[in-house]
Design a protein around this ligand. Structure first.
Ligand code: HEC
Length: 283
């Protein structure tokens, strides 16, 4: 390589030459210091090495080589096959490409990949926890249990159905007082704060009265006894209740019979109704 600007006998750098990859002929020659412009569009996309050689006046040559990557064509994303991966059978590979002039669009730039297993595990764990919490820990606020919004249909129908049930069960009036019809109001006033407007109770805190073995029993003795004297420390359908059921002996025989009949004929319960004499005998 000739050094046109070399000053013989001096160790000052006389010349810098640039070569690309394996070529031996320099594509540019400068006197230091120099600023050069590398036109990458004349290079094919892919890996290249720029060799910078400096020669001093004594003929000694220093070299620095810089590997770099040219990409003027579209970028490519590949999902499904990684470098040096061991594969067998048929392999599904997601391919995508986007050019440098396109605005960056993550949706286009990223090929859809499979959802990692740990994501499914997290989703499963969170769902299981939510289910467990909902079933065992959630205590429905009493005010919400009462609200008609929770079950507007049942709330609207309950009193009407009660009136009809009295009729259906072939009685339920004493001296002209339709005690079963007034049961819905008395229930709302005395019982629904705990047992809910629809008799659903509050899981773990207050037992449901719908489909309850005591309320739906043919013999009303136990139910009358509980309403008169309260209940504490009992286990109902396997669930122990910490809170206690207060006694309601202060209510009249008529009112207690009315409430009990409302319970026995509502929310799917279909037990024979009682009359105030049954309550009087139980006191
Ligand atoms: C302060 C909350 C509260 C109120 C108000 C309340 N109860 Fe209860 N009730 C309970 C609790 C708690 C239990 C369960 C007690 C236990 O198991 O020791 C219960 C149990 C019962 C049971 C027994 C269910 C069974 O299967 O053994 C009946 C029947 C019942 N209540 C009816 C009523 C009626 C009727 C009223 C209204 C006059 C009423 N309760 C008002 C809290 C209440």
């Amino acid at each position: 390589m000739d050094a046109p600007h070399a000053t013989a006998g001096s160790d000052a750098v006389a010349e810098i030459t640039l070569t690309m990859d394996d070529e031996t002929t320099p594509f540019a020659t400068y006197r230091p210091p120099a600023v050069c412009t590398l036109d990458t569009t004349s290079l094919p996309d892919g890996p290249h090495v720029l060799h910078v050689r400096a020669r001093d006046g004594l003929g000694l040559v220093g070299v620095r080589s810089i590997p770099f990557q040219v990409q003027n064509g579209p970028g490519i994303t590949i999902t499904g096959l990684r470098a040096h991966e061991r594969v067998s059978g048929s392999v599904t590979i997601d391919l995508n490409a986007f050019s440098a002039s396109e605005p960056f669009d993550p949706v286009r730039a990223e090929s859809s990949g499979p959802i990692p297993v740990w994501t499914w595990v997290m989703i499963a764990l969170i769902s299981a926890w939510a289910g467990w919490y909902g079933l065992t820990q959630f205590q429905e606020p009493a005010a919400f249990a009462l609200s008609a919004a929770k079950d507007p249909v049942a709330a609207a129908n309950a009193p009407m159905r009660t009136t009809k049930s009295v009729h259906d069960s072939g009685g339920g009036t004493v001296a002209g007082f339709d005690y079963a019809a007034s049961g819905a109001n008395l229930y709302t006033a005395n019982c629904s704060a705990c047992h809910g407007a629809t008799g659903a109770g509050v899981p773990g805190a207050f037992p449901p009265l719908a489909a309850d073995p005591v309320v739906d029993a043919a013999d009303p003795k136990t139910q009358i006894g509980i309403v008169l004297h309260g209940l504490h420390g009992a286990k109902i359908k396997g669930t122990p209740y910490v809170s206690q059921m207060p006694p309601f002996a202060q209510l009249s025989d008529n009112d207690i019979a009315a409430i009990i009949d409302h319970e026995r004929t509502s929310w799917g319960n279909a037990a024979p109704i009682v009359n105030p004499d049954d309550v009087k005998r139980a006191r």
